[in-house]
Design a protein around this ligand. Structure first.
Ligand code: AHG
Ligand code: MN
Ligand code: MN
Length: 335
């Protein structure tokens, strides 16, 4: 049946005209992410066979042990984008600082910066559970032709030009948005081609799945505790069912298809929350809004937060609109 589906390449070509004054630069950028995704997918698929599971021995700037696949995926995505000369700057969860691309070439015209979580859900690598990649794209705000600065990366999420994720799961998917809805593509590994399998993805307005690491329950803010109890009450369509993979991209993906809410609140252990605003929350919030869902820090819209640091963390509540509204109600009532 695959021949009935459009390929990602065809989709990108057809939709290029949707961007005003396009030079094809964004299309080429998505193409280079598609290529790196296939390479990383190939490596993830044989993870148990080659010596690529386990810790790499280093700790990233946020104090987290880097896995070998974290480092591999980081290098692949960054190298692909640098080799194709398609961006002016990159920042990654696995890098201490942002990377200036092409600063020596006075004529370079690249206008996009990429922010990336190269391997999301790393704790799942060694046990053959889905992991992902999350990316976010902005137009630079400093002048074209000059080296990028931190300001180019510290933009509010609402200024994203595109965002997406790849899931290396039972099948490998690339899901992304350029601000005209969300589309999902499934990789046919036999021929290495992504096909449009999930056009116009949308969160159901309501759902019955809640996804949260309940091991941290005792440390959660009162509003979240009360909301979790609400999810568990026997009333109307409740109790909701609980599903938590521990890979944001995969938890988000399931909830978008089935209807649900994902929460990573603050706790004593993670007083700012755990998830990173630039590499995880903003791209997912952009996709959520493009898919008729909602993303909040418990009180306000994620996409309105003005970042102050590259590795900033933030509490994150995201999913079906009515569910996120309800969680916000509890936060307000019990704060
Ligand atoms: P990463 O592997 O990029 O560090 O991200 C892991 C994130 C997110 O994907 C996941 O939902 C969450 O951390 C899991 O955290 P807990 O293990 O604390 O539940
Ligand atoms: Mn992550
Ligand atoms: Mn990661």
């Amino acid at each position: 049946m695959l021949h009935q589906h459009k390929t990602l390449g065809e989709f990108i070509n057809e939709n290029q005209h949707a961007f005003k004054y396009t030079t094809g630069e964004l299309s080429s950028l998505i193409n280079s992410i598609r290529l790196a995704a296939k390479v990383v997918n190939h490596e993830v698929n044989k993870a148990g066979l080659v010596d690529i599971t386990g810790a790499a021995g280093d700790v990233n700037v946020q104090g987290e042990a880097q896995q070998k696949l974290d480092v591999y995926a980081n290098d692949r995505f960054i190298q692909t984008m640098i080799n194709r000369n398609i961006v002016c700057g990159i920042t990654s969860e696995e890098e201490d600082d942002f990377i200036v691309v092409n600063s020596k070439d006075k004529n370079h015209q690249n206008k996009y910066v990429v922010l990336i979580d190269p391997l999301d859900g790393s704790s799942n690598i060694d046990v053959n559970v889905s992991v992902g990649t999350i990316f976010s794209i902005y137009r630079r705000i400093t002048p074209i032709g000059t080296p990028v600065t931190k300001e180019d990366f510290l933009q509010e999420g609402k200024h994203q030009v595109a965002a997406g994720y790849i899931i290396y799961g039972t099948s490998t998917m690339l899901v992304y948005s350029t601000g005209h809805g969300v589309n999902g593509f499934t990789l046919n590994p036999a021929i290495g081609t992504f096909y449009l399998s999930h056009p116009n993805m949308e969160f159901p307005e309501d759902g019955n799945i809640y996804s949260v690491n309940e091991g941290n329950y005792l440390e959660f803010p009162e509003g979240i505790k009360k909301y979790i109890k609400y999810c568990q009450q026997i009333e109307d369509d409740r109790p909701y069912t609980s599903r938590y993979i521990g890979s944001l991209a995969s938890d988000f993906h399931r909830n978008m298809i089935k209807g649900g809410i994902y929460m990573y609140p603050k706790s004593t252990k993670n007083p700012e929350g755990k998830l990173r605003l630039l590499y995880e929350c903003n791209p997912m919030a952009f996709l959520a809004e493009q898919a008729n869902g909602k993303a909040s820090d418990g009180y306000k819209r994620i996409l309105d937060i003005k970042p102050t640091q590259l590795h900033q963390r933030v509490p994150f509540i995201c999913g079906s609109r009515n569910m996120v509204d309800k969680a916000e109600e509890f936060m307000k009532q019990y704060s």
